[in-house]
Ligand binder design. Structure first.
Ligand SMILES: [Zn+2]
Length: 197
């Protein structure tokens, strides 16, 4: 064989992860041509805050949330956002946007001098509340997902929304176990850039 095929990972198809339940969102766009995807940004979300297990996050990311159903939802009215993945409280995994596409999760942001993090990142939301511990099974799902992402994308760093938008965002928050995530993955500490610079 003169030419070897690129490694084919059966877990992925056109940026969709076969171990996630696909919930396609209209909220995405093109990444810049030739863009290397080398950053993962972790977030936390619950709708309404602190309530888990409903379908409100799915609805929010697919523009079908009933804004009138809860006073908190009114504060989100009209927003069109998304993330590539949501790790539910019970460890379930949803995917809203192909990793090949640009999801709308980080907003105004900067990582190590590079602005517009949505261009070059994958966004993962953990169902949770800033300051409240995440469920152990959520970390297990997250670790598996991160390993499988790194099999097809050159993920160099995993960081938090609070680190790429300091002062504006504070998720996933102080209860997120960065040391535990690093230990579980076995990746070098330099992969986890925690301080806003
Ligand atoms: Zn966030």
């Amino acid at each position: 064989m003169a030419v070897s095929e690129p490694p084919r990972n059966v877990l992925w198809h056109e940026g969709w992860y076969r171990l996630a339940r696909a919930v396609p969102s209209p909220n995405h766009g093109l990444r810049p041509p030739g863009q290397v995807i080398d950053l993962v940004i972790l977030h936390s979300i619950s709708l309404p805050p602190g309530r888990y297990g409903g379908d409100e996050i799915e609805r929010f990311f697919t523009n079908t949330l009933d804004w009138a159903a809860h006073p908190y939802f009114e504060t989100l009215r009209g927003l069109e956002v998304s993330a590539h993945f949501v790790v539910q409280r019970d460890g379930g995994l949803l995917q809203f946007v192909s990793c090949e596409r640009r999801a709308w999760h980080a907003g105004r942001s900067s990582f190590q001098g590079r602005d517009n993090c949505n261009d070059f990142s994958i966004g993962i939301e953990l169902e949770g509340l800033e300051g409240e511990a995440f469920a152990p099974i959520q970390y297990r799902t997250l670790v598996t997902l991160l390993r499988d992402l790194r099999a097809i994308y050159p993920v160099a760093h995993v960081t938090g929304h609070e680190h790429v938008a300091p002062g504006r965002k504070s998720d996933p928050g102080p209860a997120f176990d960065w040391a535990g995530l690093q230990a579980a993955l076995g990746w070098p500490a330099v992969c986890f850039a925690l301080s806003p610079t």
